[in-house]
Design a protein around this ligand. Structure first.
Ligand code: PMV
Length: 327
């Protein structure tokens, strides 16, 4: 048994999104989703199995407590039982970005944890199994395992719901310009949010229209048709947020800066700077553009009142084992 291993995993931005769980225990979705790994937002995690009979989890320098600790410990339990390991785990995890503002830290976090912990336990799983396992920690984490542009297939059973790469990172030179407009931790996390999705009167309509958008998005990617891609990405983000806004209680993830950026993207587009927004469960706006427009766009975005930070992301590889341990 290896005992100690480290992994690095990217966050991802969903173009077709996962909102609502068919089976909350398994984190299986109602429909497929598609995402791109982000080059600038990553989690690095080291896991060591020790003789201690308890787990110790440190995230961004602080000992995890409460729900956070339980969620990580449960995930390690899954890996312990797969590997037949009975040891306690020492876990240290570092994000290079603020957590809880709409950049999927649970995606990069559980992808890195899954890869590091399976390796430390001596397991060497296929990418498909790693992805399905990461999904049990956090749904969107299954999409941070494979490279580049990634599809998560719905699957009803545990092993059938996993993600795979549909195009490598260098397939298409597009950028996600990530615009932070708040660093406050959101008050309703995505786990609670998923549970509310079904209370929206629009939820069924969303699920019915999902397959069609998925097909159209895959075609736009295949044809590298940026305009068709962008229009769909915006349509999908607004569709998911319509469900959020109309659930009981309503989920309003937007801050004033969110709307300011969304509106401005439309104004610039009308004047010839072609970019499109998308948002996950938080106020952060992801502005999709062609590589050649990214720097000009980033400069303009930084001047919008309420914008805190802007970073240009390339399509990136998925989770990787790394040699440098955090402890
Ligand atoms: O993986 P979770 O449970 O944090 O859910 C992620 C949900 C969204 O980011 C809003 C959409 C998605 O597909 O990533």
């Amino acid at each position: 048994m290896t005992r100690k291993a480290s992994a690095l995993a990217p966050s991802n931005i969903a173009f077709i999104k996962y909102w609502g769980k068919r089976n909350p225990r398994l984190n299986t979705p109602f429909g497929g989703s598609i995402s791109m790994n982000l080059s600038e937002y990553q989690t690095t995690t080291t896991v060591q199995f020790t003789q201690l009979n308890r787990d110790e989890v440190v995230i961004d320098g602080e000992v995890a407590v409460g729900k956070e600790e339980v969620r990580v410990a449960r995930h390690i339990d899954r890996i312990r039982s797969l590997a037949g390991v009975r040891l306690g785990a020492q876990v240290e995890s570092r994000n290079n970005f603020p957590v809880g503002v709409g950049i999927a830290s649970s995606a990069s976090g559980f992808a890195a944890l899954t890869l590091a912990a399976t390796r430390a336990s001596g397991l060497r799983l296929s990418q498909k199994r790693l992805s399905a396992l990461a999904r049990l920690g956090s749904g969107s984490a299954c999409r941070s395992i494979p490279d580049g542009f990634v599809e998560w297939v719905t699957g009803r059973r545990d092993q059938e719901s996993y993600a795979f790469s549909i195009h490598p990172p260098d397939y298409w030179d597009i950028r996600d310009v990530v615009v932070l407009v708040s660093t406050k931790k959101k008050s309703v996390g995505s786990s609670e949010g998923h549970a509310l999705a079904r209370t929206s009167p629009f939820f069924r309509a969303r699920i019915r229209s999902l397959d069609d958008r998925l097909r159209r998005l895959k075609r736009a990617l295949r044809e590298r048709d940026f305009s068709a891609f962008g229009r769909l990405v915006e349509e999908e983000a607004l569709n998911m947020h319509a469900v959020m806004l109309t659930s009981t209680p309503p989920l309003v993830y937007w801050e004033p800066g969110t709307l300011a950026v969304m509106k401005q993207v439309g104004v610039w587009r009308a004047r010839g700077m072609e970019s499109y927004f998308t948002l996950d469960a938080g106020p952060t706006v992801h502005v999709m553009c062609r590589a050649g427009d990214a720097e000009v766009l980033a400069r303009r975005l930084r001047r919008i009142p309420g914008v805190i930070e802007v970073s240009v992301n390339r399509p990136a590889v998925g989770a990787r084992v790394v040699k440098e341990d955090l402890f």
